[in-house]
Ligand binder design. Sequence first.
Ligand SMILES: [Zn+2]
Length: 408
Amino acid sequence: MPINEVLSSALATGVLGLPLGLPQANLPKSAEIAIASPAKKGWLIYTVQPGDTLSAIAVRFGANTKAIMWASGISNDALHPGDTLRIPLADASQSTVRLPPGVQEYTVHAGDTVESVARRFYLTPLGLISANPSIASLDRLTEGSTLYIPTVEAGLLVQLQKGQTIKDLAARFGLPVMQIARANALKSPTEVGTGDFILLPGVQAKTTYNKLLDLQAAERKARQQEALRLAAEQKKQETARLAAEALRKQQQRRLEQQAAQAAQQQQSSSQSEVRRANYVVAAAGYRYPVNRFVITTYFGARGAYQRFHTGLDLAAPMGTPIYAARAGQVETAGWSPYGYGLNVILNHGGNVETLYGHMSRIVAQPGEYVQRGQLIGYVGSTGWSTGPHVHFEVRVNGVARNPLAYLP
Ligand SMILES: [Zn+2]
């Protein structure tokens, strides 16, 4: 099988990257064109097909088996379908092909793209593609491969296939034979043979170029999406890391707060013991004047008959016994002109007095000494009162104080 046919079938099956198809009949300019590989230096990327052997491939491509193994980095000749081989292209074939006048060769360097090479030689990317229609990617060129650079006239660069003539090409691309002959500096159409390069002036590989553009857009989009996906993944991991960090700090703060609270509690528990001790002292001095009651009006509240409530109202059933809140001497026991009704005032010494108002009956006698808890009267609703209760006051130096501050 001649090399051109192999390469063409490789192109047709997409082995070289882009299925270009073979022109079979007359085609308009810029139609889909497939030609043999113009790359005559460097290497060809070949994907191993089922049934391939290394020696058969070497024969097909006119290459040496050892050179293929060396270029492909393999150590034995066992091949597997899908393996990628690098087939060095023989320099021998290079010397025999004829290039049209003004077409130069350029060896691809690392980092070259169609655009950068085109710019270097003052060509459009389409112009460069037309001279090299087997290029598989606009962004990825094979380092070491050869590109053809038209410097005089732009056009499509093709290789003559076996049995093909200039007349055939003229008919296929709708060009006058003389125009092709002039562009290729041919005195006679028989000067060229199989494998020689022919420049078809003015013909552009637009379809190939557009396919490459689509492929480039797809590849760039895929790279962009991959970059976005990576960025999103990184952001997700960063968010998770920050959340973990925040949680760790929160736990740290909680531990510190707990430690601080424990220290504070230890400190304040000794303080509350002090307060409790004072409370016990106070409680030892006073008791509630009735055993079962409901506080209906607090000290300082706006009472039913007073702007400022000067005592504590303890509601209890009519006739409930009233006891002395603390030991003392009965100062007064009788009817109050101030609205307290039947009331008793006890003097506890130190200018401290307690008053018990609205009694239904008085038991204590004026001047009598009473013990803490001794019966002095019974709950009533005498005087300015709306229901049975004891109005209990504590006076220090004649000024009413909050009884709750003295009661247990
Ligand atoms: Zn009252």
